[in-house]
Design a protein around this ligand. Structure first.
Ligand code: FAD
Length: 576
């Protein structure tokens, strides 16, 4: 029997440590191993990806490539610039491939792509090996053990997980890698079809990444941001397995922090350092194995307990956080594409979002004369996105998100609640799109699931519990240091006014160098004339607006429509 010739297809697993799929590829004892990344136009154009997440991805690829080369100087991460669906049939033939190995991905688009690739492989007589490694449990198994349903609570994950068995222990990194085979390619790249470019606003020049199959120098190199035409990143957070493992070790060296971690007690306003692990982008790109993270924490917890000390427990503990991640993967695995939208989704409550100018406190789903003020809702959305709502805590968080690509979980709670049921009454799907573009840890399952949670459309239903943009920030950071860092217009304001600057006397505003005036849309002339900065007035009275939202939610809950209800699909809900 000739020895196997294997392609290892890196996607959600940019690491060498604890990779069950890579281990399976090596178990084949191949005569050659091609570690490759295919540059999928879906991610380049159709997914919304800002410069910070691009940079994080390129960092992960660079680091992985170097680590591969350390194990075999003839090898590296070979980047090929073509969609996998069109590339693989040619590659299989040209490189005489016998096996294709990759980590399982249950995202809706990935399933569709992988199904197509598996068909292609079958036709070419190539054996495909797929291994689970992205989550604690296989999301499909979780669903199966949850009676075929989406996992909608931690308790369901724990109970389904117990039926699956123990979470596998991490496996060691390989100590050597086989040579790649012949790398010549006799075909030209198939250019992606014309496709809407959701990342056009992040480009400063034309995308040249598809001009050559193996890069401009024919060396399968990782493209630069400039080759992709993408503007420079602004985030201080960088990617790569080396950084991820050293960050994990450094965090876990604090045994008490690790064993007694309680998420609700961590401050969303801490920034130097942040109060949680900030490992989410590494988990997203697979530069850190989630099972490595889980077991290293769990072993610390076990040893802590054995000394008679009391550790924290799921759901608030660190391992509890990882169970939340699995819960959203399970929910997505069961629902596929429908998961990310309300329309035709039986799991999501239908709320007639968009800002009714009034929601009268009667029992109707809407008022008799339902009036959506589109222009007003659009203005609220724009101001939320640009961090100019006039509520400094919300604005600081949105500016941190845009600049750095990461904000604390409770900060995400604040801005998501504010945009939807606790302020603007705007559809969660619009907020999720902004997060998709800006987060460096953007994960479809976690982003969509958490937006559903915060908007009380799924997972959570206590819509009367809203976050105040004044009291919530002040609770964590009475001095307002976080606000002052990201909203420097207010840097000289007394702490008494930093969360409500509009209440400061004009004389004090002038003394502190910033006039609170206008709507953030350029009404700065008076401030500029006086050599002052400008910060907008709040875009609405929060208490009034929150009450309107709660009334709207109450009515919607009473009527109780879901996304797949006939009356939602045909628009007759308006008469309810
Ligand atoms: P830690 O508190 O240190 O937790 C450790 C790990 O557990 C995280 O790295 C993450 O992988 C996982 N985790 C923690 N909380 C959650 C949670 N609620 N849901 C799922 N996983 C969790 N997380 C993402 O990874 N990608 C997203 O796109 C994303 N979008 C979100 C959108 C909204 C509106 C909200 C409210 C939350 C979102 N989260 C998302 C969840 C959570 O905010 C982040 O995972 C967390 O803040 C990451 O920081 P950390 O690594 O310091 O977390």
């Amino acid at each position: 029997m000739p020895k196997p010739r294997v392609i290892y297809w890196f996607r959600t697993d940019l690491r060498l440590h604890d990779s069950p799929a890579l281990a399976a590829a090596l178990e084949l004892k191949p005569s050659c191993l091609y570690p490759i990344w295919t540059w999928d136009p879906h991610y380049v154009y159709r997914a919304r990806v800002g410069p910070n997440r691009w940079q994080f991805l390129l960092d992960c690829q660079e680091d992985l490539s170097k680590s591969i080369t350390k194990l075999n100087p003839k090898s590296k991460l070979f980047l090929i610039r073509e969609a996998p669906q069109t590339l693989f049939p040619k590659l299989f033939k040209e490189w005489k491939i016998t096996h294709l190995v990759f980590e399982k991905d249950t995202d809706a688009y990935a399933r569709q792509r992988d199904e197509a690739v598996m068909q292609i492989a079958k036709k070419a007589g190539v054996e495909v090996i797929v291994k689970v490694g992205r989550t604690l449990y296989d999301p499909d198994e979780l669903v199966k053990q949850n009676k075929g349903k989406s996992t909608m609570s931690i308790a369901q994950v724990q109970s389904a997980g117990a039926k699956i068995g123990n979470i596998p222990r991490p496996i060691p990194s390989p100590t050597s890698l086989p040579d790649p085979g012949d790398l010549s390619l006799s075909f030209s790249p198939e250019r992606p079809e014309e496709t809407p470019d959701f990342n056009a606003s992040h480009r400063e020049s034309q995308d040249k990444s598809y001009q050559e199959l193996s890069g401009p120098n024919n060396d399968f190199a990782i493209p630069t941001l400039s080759e992709l035409g993408i503007k420079p990143a602004t985030s201080p957070h960088r990617g790569g397995e080396t950084l991820a493992l050293s960050a994990l070790s450094s965090i876990l060296s604090d045994v008490a922090y690790t064993a007694t971690f309680e998420k609700p007690k961590t401050a969303p306003t801490d920034f130097s350092p942040q109060s949680t692990t900030l490992l989410s982008p590494h988990l997203h790109f697979g530069s850190l194995s989630v099972r490595e993270f889980y077991w290293r924490v769990q072993d610390i917890v076990t040893s802590f307990k054995s000394k008679g000390k009391k550790p924290s427990e799921p759901p608030t503990s660190l391992t509890g956080q990882l169970l939340f991640r699995d819960m959203y993967f399970g929910a997505q695995a069961a629902q596929g594409y429908a998961f990310a939208q309300t329309y035709n989704n039986s799991n999501i409550r239908f709320i007639p979002w968009h800002l009714p100018s009034t929601i009268s406190p009667d029992n109707s789903l809407i008022t008799g004369s339902y009036h959506v003020d589109d222009a007003q809702a659009e203005s609220y959305f724009r101001r939320w996105k640009s961090g100019t709502t006039g509520f400094p805590f919300v604005d600081a968080l949105m500016r941190q998100l845009r600049l750095e690509g990461w904000i604390h979980h409770l900060g995400r709670h604040m801005v998501a609640c504010f945009l939807t049921r606790g302020g603007c009454y705007i559809d969660w799907e619009r907020g999720a799109e902004v997060f998709e573009e800006w987060l460096i840890d953007h994960e479809v399952a976690c982003n969509v699931g958490n937006w559903q949670w915060l908007s009380c459309t799924a997972f959570y239903s206590q819509y009367y519990r809203c976050y105040s943009p004044v009291a919530f920030g002040r609770k964590w950071d009475p001095e307002g240091a976080f606000v002052k860092k990201y909203v420097p217009e207010l840097e000289n304001f007394d702490k008494k006014y930093v969360y409500e600057p509009w209440k400061a006397p004009i004389a004090d505003q002038k003394k502190w160098g910033c006039l609170v005036k206008g709507d953030g849309g350029g009404d700065e002339s008076e401030a500029t004339k006086e050599g002052l900065k400008n910060y907008p007035k709040p875009m609405f009275d929060f208490d009034t607006q929150r009450d309107i939202c709660i009334q709207g939610m109450k009515n919607a809950y009473r009527v109780g429509l879901y996304g797949n209800d006939k009356r939602v699909l045909d628009g007759t809900w308006r008469t309810l």
